[in-house]
Every structure is written in C-alpha cells, then in structure tokens.
Write a protein that binds this ligand. Sequence first.
Ligand code: SF4
Length: 465
Amino acid sequence: MSAQQIDAFVAGMDADRRKSVHASTKVTHERRTALLREWFKDADALRKRAGAIKQHLLENLDHYLPAAEEKLIANGAKVHWTSDAADACETVRKIMEERGARRMVKAKTMVSEEIGLTPFLEKHGMEALETDLGEFIVQIDGDHPSHIVRPIIHKNRREIARSFEQHGLGAYDDDPQVITRRARAHLRRKFLEADVSLSGANFLSAESGRLVVVTNEGNSRFCMAAAPCHIVLVGIEKLVPRDSDLGLFLNLLARSATAQPLTVYTEFITGPRGEGRPDGPEELHVVFVDNGRSEILAGDCREILRCIRCGACMNVCPVYRQASGHAYRSVYPGPLGAVLSPLLAGERFPELADLPKASSLCGACNEVCPVDIPLPDLLLRLRDRGYREGAAQAKAGTPSLGAWAWLATHPGAWRAALSAANAGRFVSMDWIPIPALRAWTRTRTLPMPAGGKFRRWLASRKEAS
Ligand code: SF4
C-alpha cells in the first residue's frame, strides 16, 4: 500500500505555512458564516435557490448559449467558440496577432490558468502580465496559485519582500503598504503600455449578453480602460439565465469568497466603446471555452459545473487546511478541485484519481457551497469510477477490503467474529497486541457491540411468520 501523494506532500510541508493556511481559511470561513447569518434569515434557502437556477441553466445550456451569443453580437462583441485548451490559447494568440499586439495585461482568470495561456503566449514571444496583486507575485516567483480566491495564501510578507527585491522592485521592505505601492507603480506603467487586456467573467447573462467581472483591486477596470482591445475568456457554464439572477449570485459570491457584503469592484460589460458607451475598449472579444465541460455535462458529476469559484469549500475543508492548494497538483484545489480536476483531465483521469480520496466526507463543503453542490456525493462517484477503471492512484494508500468482504460473505465466520467482538467487551484495551490501536484507544472509547440483538430479533420474526 503506497502512500497517497497528498499525504506525502503534507509530510514535507513547512509547519509555519500550514499554520498560516489553517488560520487564514478558518477566519474567512467564520466571517462568512457570521455575515450570512447577519444579513439573511434563511441563507440556506438562498443557496438552494442559486443551485436550482444553475442546475436549470446546465440542463438547458443548448438554449442559453445561443441566446447569449446572439445578445453579445448584437452588443458589438465578437464571439469565438473553442473546444479545448490548445484551441482557446490559439484563438487568443490569433486575436493578438491580427492586431500586431505583443503585450497583454490580465485580470485574474482561473480559465486562463486552466488552459495554460501565459506560458503559451510567452512561447510565441508575447507578454502576458498578471495584474491581480496575488497573481502578479505568483508570476514573478514562477510559482502557482494555491487558492482560487487568494492565490498567495501560502506566502508571507517576508517572502514577498524578498522576491520584490530579487526582481528589481525595490530594496527589501516587508511593510504590506510599501509592497502594495511598489506593485501599483510597476503595474500602472504596464497598463498604459498594453496592447490587449484579458479577463475572465464571473457571470454572463444570457438574457442581455451582459458580462460581470468582480475584483477587489479594480485591476480589471484598469485593464479595460487602458487597452484598446479586451478579451473575455469564459467557461461555457458561467451563464445565468436572466439579469435579475445576478443580484442573488453577486450577494452569495462576495460573502462566500471573501466575507464581504459585495466585492469592491463589480463591473457590468455590455459591449465595446460605441454610441451611448463612451468608455472602454474599442474591440471586445468573448472566447467561450469548453475544454472538457461538455463531457462533464454528459456524465454523472455534472453538478460540479454549477460552481461559481468562491473558494468557500476550500476554507472549510479539513484536508485543504492541512495540505494547502499545491498538494492537489492542479489549478483547482480543495473539494472543488478534487472533483473538477480529475474530470477536466479527460484521458489523464487516472493520474488524478487519488484526489477524490482527499476528503473525510464530513459534508462541510456541501453545507457552505453557495450553489449547493453535493460535493461528498460527487467525490464518492469519482472514487467508484477510479476503482472501476483500475486506476493505480485510486487504490494508493487505501487498505484492502478483501478480508472484510470475505468475512461478510461467510455467515459462519461472520457469526464467530461477532461473538469475538462481544467477548471483547470484557477485555481491557491495554491487552490489544497492536501498538497503534492501543494508542488510538487510549484517548477514545469504543462503542460497545450491541450484543447480537438484531440477529435474535430477525430470527424470532422468521419463526413467528
Ligand atoms: S464548489 Fe461551491 S463552495 Fe467550492 S468553489 Fe465552487 S461554488 Fe464555491
């Protein structure tokens, strides 16, 4: 039985890093819970409603996607459909190429991480600079985000100050205000030099074609204000049916993600600059990304596509709190990633088949999810799939159930085991010959076996009938 990869990662993890991830996720989770209670009588009903709206959307995507496309075109945007990561990257490259563009500024987008856009563009001699502070730090460090909302949850200010010094952004100073000021000065120049900007979209209304982007730093606004061409990368599941749904989703997203009543900057993009729209980019491109989503939609884990990328499931997950995001070896960590990453991996599913086991199945992720995704159920379905497909990763670190299966299918042996368990009630735990079990029971009390009453009850019913 080889160890699970996530256990090996945790074993080698820096203790301070673990403590800070744990503390920070715990605080955000507690604030989120308090805020929802303070503002809503029945927050649970709201998240169930949001889940039902997203599920309805997913089941009618064939209607809503063309409706959104029609509105986007009518609003002046150019729409592109892409099937996989390579197609999406190439589409963005072509848009840049056609404009003779070399420099891109990016607002935070998980889809661009998912498709590997930045390294792709760099390979083609184009610059793609992250402008969200956390993502910028991760980029200059050659690192990866470890949380979908707070990408540098695994870093402290001393590390950041050192890396700023290394990259010529000023002498060592770990005062957060100094760090922020330096990043701002550097990025302002980059905004002005950019030929193209790119963002994701948190939501897209199929009714109006309105794109919604939320940030806390206002960087997406800077991106769009300065660059003449803006590209929006959007997963095909990011739609909501109507404008009036946005109020519900924006309220839930901000509270679930950062425990704020509303994100600081909420932008509604209707189209490029034009009549009645004096501001914004001259050109707006919307690139729809499938990249495995259609297949997920056709499978038995489609509920995961309701996800609005709030990160609440990570903040509450006991495994994420101990392991942090990098342990999940993929762009999406935590309970979301344990489901989504193996599904998006397509044929590489077996490589990530251990991730669905990175859960105690406590159910906390489902309870906090603002769109009520039954994450524990999906994790179980994927564990089952891993086993059925014989993925080695699905079996790694899992004790064999062979002995149990044999016992459960041999009534005589089963009865003998029950009798032995009954007799065990009178044996002191100190006599157990297995040291690990002895240590475990020193601080825990095992429940007493019920004493075979059920079997006697069943036998008496059979006699009576
Ligand atoms: S699965 Fe739910 S809780 Fe987790 S990131 Fe997605 S919407 Fe948020």
